[in-house]
Design a protein around this ligand. Structure first.
Ligand code: MOS
Length: 732
């Protein structure tokens, strides 16, 4: 099915199951420990062996030789496979850094060997005995030091945009701002590390892994191993978080496959936590310069956003100016992104790549500008709202209710009680409130599914879609139940298996809308098959309460299925609606903080996020996404930073003790409100993404609240105590 014209009324609009607060159908499996994560697949009759990775101890250079004699003769060792043994490999389409193979070292902790042993402990002990002789080369690791060497990337990355005459408009503006902001390298820090089990059967390999994108991994694993894609069976039904870190094939799957081949045994490989930090990908640091010019009435006349980020040779931008191209009006505008070559581990997508770090800067700048023009920051945003793409005014937004989010949030949060800067104190605490807009584009990808109806009237959905903790199982079951007119208890969902139709996968907050649309398309096929079998006109057939009706005939679905059952399969594809209309999601974040007047310690007191993201398919799972995102934003504001050793070229704080994510005590009170809306331009589901939106802008709202509390304006994340303490009032 191709979605080419705006959705009209369809069976989803019945909202008997869709839109209902249904608890996740995989919840019991997870809370009872029966959901099998990648490393946990265990067949008692299979003699699993354990692989432990060895990482490069240099950031850049070549390996002259490796000595594995001691490792090979260590207790329990079955095989040692080195990067020199397997030779240079072709790189997967989605990989920038080489995962394994050849003598070139591109970054610290690049995998250079895997040691396979009878037990995990034996593998780990032997891995410490692997020796490498390196020819180390000088690398570049410091974004700010290398900024002058930044280059404009090729046009496919859309580095520049310009409308009108920014420079002239900025010069003549009544009120101006010109500030720089920085965001650090960040780690996905998902709970479950990257892990894979590989088992060969002749020239075919089955890999249980932890992947957001089954088909991308399958293709890239085939390329990297040099085997036919058809010989690879990938399974990833349960995933302990990804946040973008599992979008692309990683070394664990490659090492497990090579290790299993060499040991002639199924092999399990989990990346130790330090490898998650330095062996995989991270969100790249940015330096951002924002200039805004406005009239005295608050209307923006000029806006410019420039961003610098780094990556390995051949890598891509952190697209931090994305939202500035779309969020606020202004006749004269420019954006530019420049790329620095760094020899740090690969930079790549992390939850809301582009908008997340971009809004960390832009929404502080907007707060600063509102103060300069003497307006409330909500009013300033409302005055500069736009209903069309400000760079291409002929393109309207499909649906945009940023103003509604700001107003509703202000009301719910008690914004009218916001103190004057630095004026509210409770004991040792300076109290302040902050606001920021949330914005994230709504993407769609083709998504396929197969839906089966059996003689018991049970509907089974099969798709290679993944559930990274987001609730895919549940919303897919809801979609099939709604479409087929059955209760959710009559639906079974099978995900994350490469034998199933290729789906959108989980990324870019496109998963929920895209994958349920694929299920919608497959259900239409199944409804047609049922109607045709019964001799019904499929246009008249009504599917309701486990029965299909047409005119005065009605047949239970179980009976319609017959002994052989019926199947519908289709892929949702997308026409031009995303080109003719700008599809985005919107929101508003409100935060109240207390800052200790003596120590500069910031405590978040309460948070509210209002989201306008089309139809909410399930308010429980959607809320769960947003509160997780708000929590991630709190980490981004206050604690998360990969510390770069600019001499040796690696991230020093490579564990969850040194890379500090928020804990329960950091997040006292969160509220999430969804605007009641649908977007018929987005899909037959009329839904959009919400999982990344919830992160976009949170950190700036916290920063703005800290400013309101203290009068200290911080522009460099994270906001640690040292950045506040010098500006706090004297404590007598
Ligand atoms: Mo997302 S960073 O595309 O998983």
């Amino acid at each position: 099915m191709k979605f080419e014209t705006p959705a009209t009324t369809n069976p989803i609009d019945r909202l008997k199951v869709i839109g209902q607060p249904i608890h996740r159908i995989d919840g019991e499996l997870k809370t009872t420990g029966r959901a099998m994560y990648a490393y946990e697949w265990h067949d008692p009759n299979t003699p699993y062996a354990y692989g432990y990775p060895v990482g490069a101890a240099i950031a850049k250079g070549r390996i002259n030789a490796m000595d594995v004699t001691a490792a090979k003769s260590a207790p329990g060792v079955l095989a040692v496979v080195t990067t020199l043994d397997v030779g240079k490999r072709k790189k997967g389409k989605f990989n920038t850094a080489n995962l394994f193979g050849g003598d070139e070292v591109q970054h610290y902790h690049q995998a250079i060997a895997v040691v396979v042993a009878e037990t995990f402990e034996e593998a780990r002990a032997a891995a410490a005995l692997v020796k490498a002789d390196y020819a180390e080369e000088r690398g570049t690791f410091d974004l700010s030091a290398e900024r002058r060497a930044a280059k404009k990337p090729d046009e496919s990355q859309e580095p520049d945009t310009a409308v009108g005459d920014f420079e002239a408009a900025f010069r003549s503006a009544s009120v101006t701002l010109d500030q720089s902001y920085t965001t650090p390298d960040q780690s996905h820090a998902m709970m479950e590390p990257h892990a894979s089990i590989a088992a060969w059967n002749g020239d075919e390999v089955t890999v249980w892994t932890s992947s957001q994108m089954i088909d991308w991994w399958r293709s890239d694993l085939a390329t990297t191993l040099g085997v036919d894609k058809g010989k690879i069976h990938l399974m990833s039904p349960f995933i302990g978080g990804g946040f973008g870190g599992k979008l692309f094939l990683r070394a664990d799957a490659v090492l497990a496959a090579f290790g299993a081949k060499a040991a002639n045994r199924p092999v399990k490989v989990a990346l130790p936590r330090p490898f998650v930090i330095n062996n995989t990908t991270h969100r790249p640091a940015t330096i951002q310069r924002i200039r805004i010019g406005a009239e005295r009435n608050g209307k923006i006349t000029a806006i410019a956003h420039e961003s610098w980020s780094g990556d390995l040779p051949g890598g891509g931008l952190e697209t931090a100016v994305n939202q500035t191209r779309l969020l606020y009006a202004g006749a004269n505008r420019m954006t530019a992104m420049r790329l620095v070559t760094l020899d740090l581990p690969e930079g790549n997508a992390m939850r809301a790549p582009g908008e997340a770090p971009g809004l960390m800067a832009l929404e502080i700048a907007i707060d600063e500008m509102a103060e300069r023009v003497g307006m409330d920051p909500i009013e300033f945003r409302i005055v500069n709202d736009t209903q069309v793409d400000p760079e291409k005014p002929e393109r309207p937004f499909s649906h945009r209710d940023l103003i509604g989010c700001l107003k509703l949030g202000a009301d719910r949060f008690g914004w009218s009680n916001r103190p004057k800067v630095g004026s509210r104190r409770e004991g040792d605490w300076l109290i302040g409130m902050g606001v920021a807009a949330a914005f994230r584009n709504n993407l769609v990808l083709p998504s396929g599914a197969r839906v089966k109806l059996d003689r018991q009237g049970v509907v089974t959905v099969e798709t290679d879609m993944t559930d990274i903790g987001t609730g895919s199982y549940t919303i897919i079951a809801q979609t099939a139940a709604e479409m087929m007119g059955v209760g959710i208890d009559k639906v079974a969902v099978q995900l994350g298996d490469s034998r199933f139709p290729v789906s959108a996968g989980s990324g870019g907050q496109f998963g929920a809308n895209s994958s349920t649309s694929g299920v919608y398309a497959a259900c239409i096929k199944l409804r047609d098959a049922i109607a045709q079998k019964l001799g019904f006109n499929s246009g008249d057939a009504v599917f309701e309460n486990g029965i299909v009706r047409s005119g005065n005939r009605s047949v239970p679905l179980a009976e319609a299925a017959g002994p052989g059952g019926l199947v519908g399969e289709d892929t949702m594809e997308w026409g031009d609606l995303a080109k003719t209309h700008q599809q985005s999601t919107f929101g508003a974040h409100f935060v109240e903080v207390g800052v200790d007047v003596a120590t500069g310690e910031t405590r978040i007191r309460r948070m509210l996020t209002v989201c306008a993201a089309g139809r909410i398919l399930n308010p429980i799972t959607a809320r769960s996404q947003v509160i997780g995102a708000m929590t991630m934003g709190a980490g981004g504001a206050l604690s998360e930073e990969l510390a770069v050793d600019t001499r040796r070229g690696f991230f020093v704080n490579h564990d969850l003790a040194g890379y500090e994510v928020p804990v329960h005590a950091d997040i006292p009170h969160q509220e999430v409100v969804f605007m009641a809306e649908t977007d018929p331009m987005s899909s037959p589901m009329k839904a959009k993404g919400v999982g990344e939106l919830g992160l976009c802008g949170v950190a700036a709202a916290i920063t703005n609240a800290i400013y309101n509390a203290t009068g200290v304006r911080v522009r460099h994340y994270p906001i640690t105590l040292d950045k506040l303490i010098g500006g706090l009032p004297d404590v007598a």
